[in-house]
Design a binder for this molecule. Structure first.
Ligand code: HCR
Length: 384
């Protein structure tokens, strides 16, 4: 492990060994301090909207195909943030804080140039296995995203394969009028590489898809180094008409950089260095309630950031013990934990409709989902 601090080399070795026995869920595994991130997984859905302009502009498309292309552009633009931010900010991929059941994360991207304000609401809806539900809406633009995500992990000996569970559905009200359109977004698989050296990073692998209610399908294929251009982080997307499977357009390049329409000499589809990313605005710690992520993890985060791992460890145990006690009390009272902003459904009708349209069985026919409840006030959960 070239990038492992000297005094943590033994623990890193032990951690790698323990990965061999790991089944399915990495979240609760104890990892050496240098690989810990002070950020909870409930903050991750914000990556979906760090280009709020591209998100808002989807509904400005003048035809269904134009809007589908805008959805694809916005989706590709989210990838760099989703999968490379920790490397950029903290030097490598890190282990995020494992959210507690009921943990909340709220944020907003303010209006700019009349595009409208975008709101983010995130809730940890399951602890075992960890599942995070989110809702992102720009009311003025008529664009909203509802989704949930979990992960199943497997160690190959040199890399960790991560299969994402869950999906997202984007709803768009075209500005030109007409009915609301929906777009099912399935989630890509990832590989955590570079673990042996102690400097993990993400490579996207295989395929994900976007299926529109308007009859368009985008399939996105990912490759790492050694494909097409020999560059890391590359993709090729194919836009087809769902019925005819007829290819209408292809898009290819790096999801971390520049991509082109048609071949590599075609017009630029997206240049990720062109638009500045806008990080979500979050209320100050004093204004946050006890269930809000940054307030909840404040001392743990402080410990990790300041390399005070005793403080981080004590505070983490305190939070975990309190959770265990809650679950015991609930069981004793024959109660269950109430979700605050979402309602769980066993089979989401819109998912069912869109997944049957999606060819090549890229996705199961039925999936559960967490539906956003309108009208519950943001920040209104205090205790219990
Ligand atoms: C796999 C991962 C937790 C889940 C993270 C997800 C998949 C969460 C949903 C986001 O939309 C995208 C996303 C990006 C992250 O890259 C991914 C994390 C990478 C590492 C982390 C593991 C649980 C921690 C593994 C510990 C390693 C670093 C040794």
């Amino acid at each position: 492990g070239a990038d492992v601090p000297q005094e943590q080399k033994a623990t890193w070795g032990a951690f790698l060994k323990s990965l061999t026995h790991m089944t399915g869920d990495l979240s609760s595994m104890t990892a050496p301090p240098f690989i810990l991130s002070p950020v909870s997984l409930t903050e991750f859905p914000a990556y979906w909207c760090e280009h709020p302009g591209l998100f808002a502009e989807i509904s400005e498309g003048t035809t269904p195909q134009d809007r589908m292309e805008r959805v694809l552009r916005w989706f590709i633009a989210t990838l760099k943030g989703q999968y490379t931010t920790r490397n950029e900010k903290m030097g490598s991929e890190k282990k995020p804080l494992n959210p507690v059941l009921g943990e909340l994360f709220y944020g907003v991207w303010p209006d700019a140039n009349g595009r409208g304000e975008t709101q983010l609401i995130v809730e940890q809806v399951s602890h075992h296995p960890p599942i995070t539900a989110y809702f992102i809406e720009n009311k003025k633009a008529g664009v909203k995203l509802q989704g949930h995500s979990g992960q199943k992990t497997a160690f190959t000996g040199t890399a960790i394969n991560v299969k994402q569970s869950g999906h997202a559905i984007l709803y768009v009200t075209p500005r030109t009028g007409g009915p609301i359109e929906s777009y099912l977004i399935t989630l890509p698989k990832l590989r955590i590489e570079g673990i042996v050296w102690g400097s993990p990073y993400i490579e996207l692998v295989e395929t994900n898809a976007i299926q529109s209610s308007t009859g368009f399908t985008a399939q996105i294929d990912y490759k790492g180094r050694g494909w097409v251009s020999g560059k890391a982080h590359t993709f090729k997307a194919t836009l087809t008409q769902t019925d005819h499977k007829k290819s209408l357009q292809t898009y290819e390049g790096q999801w971390t950089g520049v991509s082109h329409i048609g071949g590599s000499k075609g017009p630029v589809f997206l240049d990720t260095s062109a638009g500045v990313k806008e990080e979500v605005s979050v209320a100050s710690l004093e204004q946050q309630g006890p269930w809000e992520s940054r307030r909840l993890w404040e001392k743990v985060a402080k410990g990790i950031k300041g390399a005070n791992y005793d403080l981080a460890g004590t505070e983490k145990s305190r939070i975990e013990n309190e959770q265990r006690q809650r679950r015991k009390d609930e069981a004793a009272a024959n109660g269950t934990w109430d979700l605050w902003h979402f309602t769980h459904v066993d089979a989401e009708p819109e998912y069912g409709r869109l997944s049957t349209m999606l060819h090549d069985k890229l996705t199961p026919a039925h999936e559960d989902a967490y539906i956003f409840k309108e009208g519950v006030q943001v920040g209104s959960r205090s205790t219990a």
